[in-house]
Ligand binder design. Sequence first.
Ligand code: SAM
Length: 302
Amino acid sequence: MITVLQEMLLHLDGTPRVLSLNDDPLAEWSSHRAVSVDGPEDSSGTDRVDRQWRQVQDELDPDAMEDGFENHAYVRWFFLNNRVMPDFVGMAHEVDPHIASGLVERYESRCRGGVDDHADRKLDPRSKSAQHVYYLTRLVSQLPDLPRRHVLEIGGGFGNFARIALQLSMCAGYDALDIRNVIELQRRYLESCVEPAVFDEVRFHTVEDEDAMAGLRERRFGLVVSTFALTETPPAMRDWSLQLINGRADAVFIAGQESFGGESVGDQITSALEASFDVARTPMRWESSNLGPCFEILARRR
Ligand SMILES: C[S@@+](CC[C@H](N)C(=O)[O-])C[C@H]1O[C@@H](n2cnc3c(N)ncnc32)[C@H](O)[C@@H]1O
């Protein structure tokens, strides 16, 4: 598993290349082998999941948490991936100081189980959790009725945004969609730290499950959220999601890289949404990122 995750770390710009021992940026993860992610797509499975994520999926063991959730290989990859973070609390204050300070205060008093939480319970401004509080600030500033909206999150990683939204009662309900083993990880993470009555209401769906995917198309969502996911998924998954959003969402928040795998995904997503939504697309300030220019879209149905 580590090997593929390491590979992904080297492929954040979407450019396939071969990892050699000399390239290894993560000396602490010593037991890796060289793997190429070049080559044709594996024809097995759905075209909604690309080969790279299928490899992660196959090697990702949701049970491998004996040393604590924060030591799970996927979670460590996630954080290594985000080693240099901007001051997201400062960015949130620029959006709206009142909302930002209210959310930070509530985070520090109510939220539990954050992998990047400090013992003093102060929110680290340069943390993943602060990034997710920044997203919430953006959302609340544009959608003041956010707590009454039912959220669908596509590609939520191990579930940190979901955890915060649920613990802060920032949604009326939550559905999560991701690849099979990541959704399992997310399910276990949220079960470990979200109030049981709230957790019981969360619905988890996998992109490999055709019935679940069809079921989502029957639903309506007050908000669809997808950060650094739809920009990275194969075109078939992106198209499927954009169709769902166009047909079934009242609002959408998407963040990600402008360009991925040689495609202008920011432009593609914007033009797909413009048919039904008023789309506000802004650059996302993250100078230290190795993802290249990033954007945020907050769009409301016309
Ligand atoms: C870079 S992580 C982003 C996680 C989180 N949203 C964040 O911003 O930190 C990419 C996410 O997309 C998910 N993903 C990858 N391929 C996918 C697919 N075909 N369909 C849905 N989700 C996918 C991954 O499992 C992961 O949760």
